[in-house]
Design a protein around this ligand. Structure first.
Ligand SMILES: Cc1ncc(COP(=O)(O)O)c(C=O)c1O
Length: 405
């Protein structure tokens, strides 16, 4: 694969930061955008913009069609059964909140159990916490081991007749573990328990097939998939969308409104209230085309190579502790350096143009479990190369020098 040519499609890399070329290793946070995505948004506003799903003039119909094309591409990308199973949200956080709120209202009562894990991002805990407060439900946490994995037996142990939903990450944004979702779905389906997957880190880096995975809900943030901000996707099996109530009320999501009663259409309309992030959803179609052009299998192969090289290089430095050592791992390396606060690491790396993230990465429970309050995190995208890892390693050595560690 010609990574140089792929990278050249991203205008951000033409700029210098602190006088240095950009080494962007903050992809788990958000990825950079190829020119086609940026141009598509500009073209939409210049030539095609209208609000969608309302007016009948030519512009409105064209804009609606362009928007719906993104839904079709997303359906294809994750191999959903029907386009009605793709709901646009503003991010994965909203997608998870949608499920916690609607499924929670309808199916969760006092004493019912919600099974999550110690790996979860706050986006896949706080919405369940709200439900715990509102309904008196109980949240059970499947424990994470020292390798940064949650063992399937740990999940099995916690499933019982009170379990009403399992909500679990596909790929941890801290340890990088890839969870065995299909096995978890198989376990859950024996007891007819729905499974929600937080696919924020799965969707940009793994080949997805909803028919094979079998989960009931899958939450995605498109800005981590080389797409615009403000776009998320909730995949939900149609059987749920037919029975769950609407999430937010307003224009665009009703069938008939009377003084005494209101009726609602089917999905996705029922779940997409108000004016949507039209230009961003249209722009996102170019992100999916970009991923398709490169090929998700090629992306996986390339990132695996860089990840392995990265782990090998970073492990050479004895002052570095890598957080977790999962057997199945995606392109994320979280680490600490003895005697240096992660924020200081990130600041020193930034001087060399190396952009990483430092903090708890919205996973305080996991950090506490690992005995730390924060970590530094390098996370890969398709444009990263072994040179970027070399830059990271030498910037880490600079940290050692500055702090005398
Ligand atoms: C695993 C995981 N879940 C959920 C989220 C939340 O994504 P967003 O802020 O785009 O809703 C993130 C973002 O970092 C994440 O990494």
């Amino acid at each position: 694969m010609d990574i140089k040519s792929i990278k050249s499609q991203f205008p951000i890399f033409k700029n210098k930061f602190n006088g240095k070329p950009l080494i962007y290793l903050d992809n788990a946070n958000s990825s950079q955008k190829p020119k086609n995505v940026i141009d598509r948004i500009s073209k939409f506003y210049s030539k095609e913009f209208s609000n969608i799903g309302r007016s009948v003039h030519t512009l409105a119909v064209t804009a609606t069609n362009r928007f719906e094309e993104s839904r079709d591409l997303m359906k294809k990308y994750i191999n959903a059964k029907s386009r009605e199973e793709i709901i646009f949200t503003k991010n994965a956080t909203e997608a998870i909140n949608l499920v916690a709120s609607t499924y929670g209202d309808k199916f969760i009562n006092r004493g019912d159990e919600i099974l999550i894990t110690e790996l979860e991002h706050h986006a896949n805990y706080v919405p369940w916490h709200f439900l715990r407060q509102k309904k008196g439900a109980i949240i059970k946490f499947a424990k994470c081991n020292d390798r940064g994995e949650v063992d399937i037996d740990e999940i099995k142990k916690l499933i019982n007749n009170k379990t009403k939903i399992i909500a679990i990450t596909h790929l941890s944004n801290v340890t990088g573990v890839i969870m065995p979702i299909k096995k978890i779905v198989d376990l859950a389906s024996e007891k007819k328990i729905p499974v929600l997957v937080d696919g924020c880190q799965g969707a940009p880096h793994l080949k997805l097939d909803m028919q094979e995975l079998g989960c009931d809900f899958y939450a995605i943030s498109c800005h981590k998939m080389y797409g615009p901000t403000g776009v998320g996707v909730l995949y939900a099996k149609k059987k749920w969308l037919d029975v769950l109530p609407p999430y937010q009320g307003g224009g665009g999501m009703i069938e008939e409104v009377k003084k005494e009663s209101i009726t609602f259409p089917g999905s996705p309309t029922k779940y997409e209230a108000g004016t949507l992030q039209t230009a961003e959803v249209v722009g996102f179609s170019e992100s999916l085309k970009f991923i398709e052009d490169v090929g998700i299998k090629n992306i996986m192969q390339h990132e695996k190579e860089i990840l392995e090289y990265g782990l090998e290089e970073i492990k050479k430095n004895n002052s570095v502790r890598i957080i977790g050592d999962p057997k199945h791992r995606g392109s994320i390396i979280s680490f600490t350096i003895k005697g240096i606060h992660p924020h200081d690491i990130a600041t020193i790396l930034d001087e060399d143009g190396v952009a990483i993230r430092a903090g708890h990465h919205c996973c305080q429970i996991l950090h506490e479990k690992m005995g730390i309050s924060a970590s530094a995190r390098a996370s890969l995208g398709i444009y990263n190369s072994k040179d970027d890892i070399d830059a990271l390693s030498s910037a880490i050595k600079k940290c050692n020098k500055v702090f005398n560690t």
